[in-house]
Design a protein around this ligand. Structure first.
Ligand SMILES: Cc1cc2nc3c(=O)[nH]c(=O)nc-3n(C[C@H](O)[C@H](O)[C@H](O)COP(=O)(O)OP(=O)(O)OC[C@H]3O[C@@H](n4cnc5c(N)ncnc54)[C@H](O)[C@@H]3O)c2cc1C
Ligand code: SF4
Ligand code: SF4
Ligand code: SF4
Length: 367
């Protein structure tokens, strides 16, 4: 039986662990209590004697191929880049959400709609914990859902908010434990593709408390970025901007840095110095295991590209659109959006799979 020892050997040692937190979350939620997270977010044995060698942490790790087939069946995954039922560009109707949001605020508008309609009691999102740091958060009110929107900067706080940690990554899967304790029965989970895949594997094993996850909302992802002091300085040079002027950052084809004087685009190919190492091996760009996926590419600035992947995901989008929480592009532009989104997403998804395969081959050759 493969256990956490094998995860350390096969995933952690070669640098493939992207800190999704799934292994620790399961071991803790089921009260085995053998695993814990280091202060840097790396899973490790907290109390090795408590390990009963059930092997489940190994099976649910997204870096391990076990349960891939079950997870795929569960959501009707189709080659080469997952099932696509609908593609569209939308934005939140609420101007406050649009102001706070990363792109068009569709994720937040859908969560707020689900909450208002009583379809969820809360949402696992992330909130800003510093200028360059987000932390997982179980939002239990509409206000908390709206406050979790976006990746915006409030420069009026100056550099005071610079924390000692600087990463866009937030181990949201760990919030499943908090959800169980808070007695929340139906939540929507928002996460990166790797986090959604971990959830699907847990669902394939019917692991408590994933039965409380009613909707999986995935974010397109070209990588998580470290914004340490050295990386920030290099980025300022690359983009020719000053951090105190920055209002918002979002990722599309490039890293988009919004200041009062306009938008600076820095090609993602120039950002490998600040991308997390494990992301080099990731082959999922557009959250292929989600009910519905969201990103910026393929849509005009201020809109979110939306891909419904399951009938549930398609329903969620149409409920929110029908009650006026979402609005589409102006009539003349709407027809061009789906093909533009699909083309971009296919291009990015296939390129990410190719790069991941090449990097894995390199890793195998090196060992
Ligand atoms: C690390 C990262 C990389 C991305 N890379 C790309 C990319 O290459 N191309 C692209 O088109 N889109 C990318 N996106 C998605 C894009 O930035 C937007 O999140 C998406 O378009 C939804 O926009 P929105 O305005 O509808 O969302 P909003 O209404 O602003 O809501 C965003 C939601 O995501 C949650 N969230 C924010 N950061 C994280 C995080 N790190 N982990 C989990 N949840 C989070 C927020 O709490 C909020 O609930 C990336 C997102 C992230 C977090
Ligand atoms: S008890 Fe099970 S889940 Fe926990 S570390 Fe051991 S094998 Fe992994
Ligand atoms: S389950 Fe997630 S945190 Fe645990 S070893 Fe695998 S990638 Fe790392
Ligand atoms: S690229 Fe994104 S989805 Fe892939 S491992 Fe990194 S954070 Fe997770």
């Amino acid at each position: 039986m493969k256990t956490f020892e094998s995860l350390m050997e096969e995933v952690q040692k070669p640098g493939l662990c992207h800190h999704c937190g799934g292994c620790v979350t399961f071991c803790t939620a089921i009260n085995f209590g053998a695993l814990t997270l280091s202060p840097e977010g790396t899973p490790r044995f907290g109390d090795r004697a408590k390990c009963i060698e059930c092997g489940i942490c190994y099976m649910i790790c997204p870096e391990i191929g076990e349960l891939d087939e079950e997870a795929r069946k569960k959501i009707g995954w189709e080659p080469p880049t997952g099932r696509i039922l609908e593609a569209t560009a939308s934005r939140a109707a609420d101007p406050e959400i649009r102001t706070l949001a990363t792109d068009g605020g569709v994720v937040t508008a859908i969560l707020a709609h689900l909450f208002d309609e009583g379809r969820i009691d809360g949402a696992i999102v992330t909130r800003q914990a510093g200028l360059f740091l987000r932390e997982p958060w179980l939002a239990r009110t509409r206000r908390e859902i709206v406050d979790a929107a976006g990746f915006h900067f409030d420069a009026s706080h100056g550099m005071r908010l610079f924390s000692e940690k600087y990463s866009t990554f937030a181990p949201s899967v760990g919030m499943l434990g908090a959800m169980g304790k808070a007695g929340v029965r139906r939540v929507a989970f928002v996460g990166t593709p790797c986090q959604i895949k971990t959830i699907r594997k847990m669902e394939a094993l019917s692991i408590v408390p994933t039965d409380s996850i009613a909707y999986c909302l995935g974010l397109f992802c070209s990588g998580n970025f470290i914004f340490g002091p050295a990386e920030r300085e290099r980025l300022e040079h690359l983009g020719g901007f000053r951090w105190p002027e920055v209002k918002k950052i979002n990722v599309k084809d490039a890293l988009m840095v919004h200041t009062n004087s306009g938008v600076t685009e820095i090609p993602l190919s120039e950002l490998s110095f600040m991308r997390r190492y494990a992301c080099r091996f990731c082959d999922d760009y557009a959250a292929e295991y989600a009910d519905i996926s969201f990103g910026g590419i393929g849509s005009p600035e201020g809109y979110t590209s939306v891909i419904a992947r399951t009938p549930l995901g398609r329903a969620v989008h149409s409920w929110a659109r029908d009650d006026g929480s979402l609005e589409g592009l102006p009539k003349g532009e709407a027809a061009a959006a789906p093909p533009a989104i699909l083309e971009k997403v296919a291009e990015k998804s296939l390129a990410k799979k190719k790069t991941a395969a090449e990097n894995r081959r390199g890793l195998t050759a090196a060992h």
